[in-house]
Write a new protein. Structure first.
Length: 183
């Protein structure tokens, strides 16, 4: 190694196994569909309402219209197909998580999301969010107080992972708050 290379910021990083790092989000999208099936399973017994909610979830997630059904079993089967199917990108995961949050709001059940998934979705969605949302977050470090993830540089804006995600995905209008905010 050249003498000047030791002063480069990434040259002294300890080597770690990064073989499991991938842009493929099949497993995460499948997990979101399984969570939607769980929510639909506990939310209602009315077949017409159940079918409509499942179809809306599938449509908003970009997974089709649900024309073949919408039962929890159908969604679990779709999840297994997604898990072993073609590669899925972060954009589909963003759409699926947003649809899951909307489904949870509709039936009054809070969905469970892995912190790594919510952090990845928040980071990806922030770059494509509406201008006003990006402007609020620009020049700040956005930190989830309960999930251990954060991104950005500058003064800290914090909130729960779910509230940050809901703000970025335009499901709520309350932005993350400064570190010393009384809220």
């Amino acid at each position: 190694m050249a003498d000047f290379a030791q002063h480069l910021p990434l040259s002294q990083r300890a080597g770690v196994d990064e073989s499991n790092v991938s842009s493929d989000r099949r497993a995460a999208v499948a997990d979101v569909v399984v969570e939607a099936a769980r929510i639909l399973g506990i939310a209602t017994h009315d077949d017409a309402a159940h079918q409509a909610r499942a179809r809306r979830f599938l449509d908003e997630a970009g997974l089709g219209t649900g024309a073949t059904g919408g039962s929890a079993t159908d969604l679990r089967h779709l999840a297994e197909t997604l898990r072993t199917g073609r590669r899925r990108r972060i954009g589909m995961l963003v759409n699926a998580v947003r649809a899951l949050l909307v489904l949870g709001d509709t039936v009054g059940v809070a969905p469970h999301l892995d912190p790594a998934v919510s952090g990845a979705v928040a980071l990806a969605a922030e770059g494509k969010a509406a201008f006003a949302r990006r402007a609020v977050l620009r020049g700040h470090t956005v930190r989830a107080t309960d999930e251990g993830w954060g991104f950005g540089y500058g003064p800290v804006l914090q909130g729960t992972g779910r509230s940050i995600l809901r703000f970025i995905l335009e499901l709520e209008d309350t932005p993350p708050q400064p570190l010393n905010s009384p809220r």
